[in-house]
Write a protein that binds this ligand. Structure first.
Ligand SMILES: Cc1cc2nc3c(=O)[nH]c(=O)nc-3n(C[C@H](O)[C@H](O)[C@H](O)COP(=O)(O)O)c2cc1C
Length: 203
């Protein structure tokens, strides 16, 4: 395991993405399922936080991308505030990454590419599920799945209500468990010119 932040804080990479890519690679080896799962926090119109797990399916130079129903509760909250946080916790590695930033929609082409890469059942499910809406009984959902299978066959197009978001980070904190709760914490902050600086935090 590459313990990036253990001994060489003064020689940290210029960008936190360099550390993140190493940590997610470690997680892909160590975690039994969904190493790319992260808790996504949003805030509703009344200021109440709301958190749920999503899969962070794409990480690029601009940020962290996830895909969902844009008319879901999270979809409405993201549209209202355009801000979010995500939190990765890899238990077996005793590591946490906290990311905060602004939200933008990924391009239609990126959403299409990801939608098409999903198994057929998931693509049909995206049509059938009115995510976050009340469901009177499960049979209604099963019937909707059958209806959408009949309608779209093997090549459903991406629904207009389904797509990706990108969290563009302005702060990324790496946390590594150490003995006696004297954990390592390093937070990178990005200034308005896009330059990252880092600081070490008390545990
Ligand atoms: C491991 C895991 C991965 C998940 N991945 C996604 C995902 O990528 N997209 C998604 O919309 N929901 C995903 N969910 C379901 C969400 O946690 C949540 O129930 C759903 O998106 C509705 O949230 P909302 O009502 O706040 O919009 C996942 C749940 C778990 C436990």
């Amino acid at each position: 395991m590459t313990n990036v932040i253990s001994d060489s804080e003064l020689r940290l990479p210029e960008t936190p993405l360099d550390i993140f890519h190493i940590w997610i690679s470690d997680a892909k080896i160590s975690e039994p399922s969904d190493p790319d799962a992260a808790c996504l926090a949003t805030v509703d119109a009344n200021g109440y936080p709301n958190a749920r797990v999503v899969l962070i399916r794409k990480i690029d130079d601009r940020g962290f991308c996830f895909f969902t129903n844009t008319e879901s509760q999270k979809g409405h909250e993201l549209a209202t505030t355009e801000r979010a946080a995500i939190n990765f916790h890899w238990k077996s590695l005793k590591r946490q990454v906290r990311i905060r930033g602004d939200i933008e929609r990924v391009s239609d082409i990126e959403s299409d590419i990801y939608y098409t890469s999903r198994p057929l059942g998931n693509r049909i499910g995206a049509w059938a599920s009115m995510q976050s809406q009340p469901l009177e009984n499960r049979q209604i959902l099963i019937d909707r799945v059958a209806e959408m299978e009949k309608k779209w066959g093997e090549t459903p197009p991406r629904p207009a209500h389904w797509g990706g978001y990108r969290l563009v980070p302005h702060s990324i904190e790496f946390w590594q468990e150490e003995e006696h709760r004297l954990h390592r914490r390093i937070r990178y902050d990005r200034n308005h010119t896009g330059v990252w600086t880092w600081s070490i935090l008390y545990p």
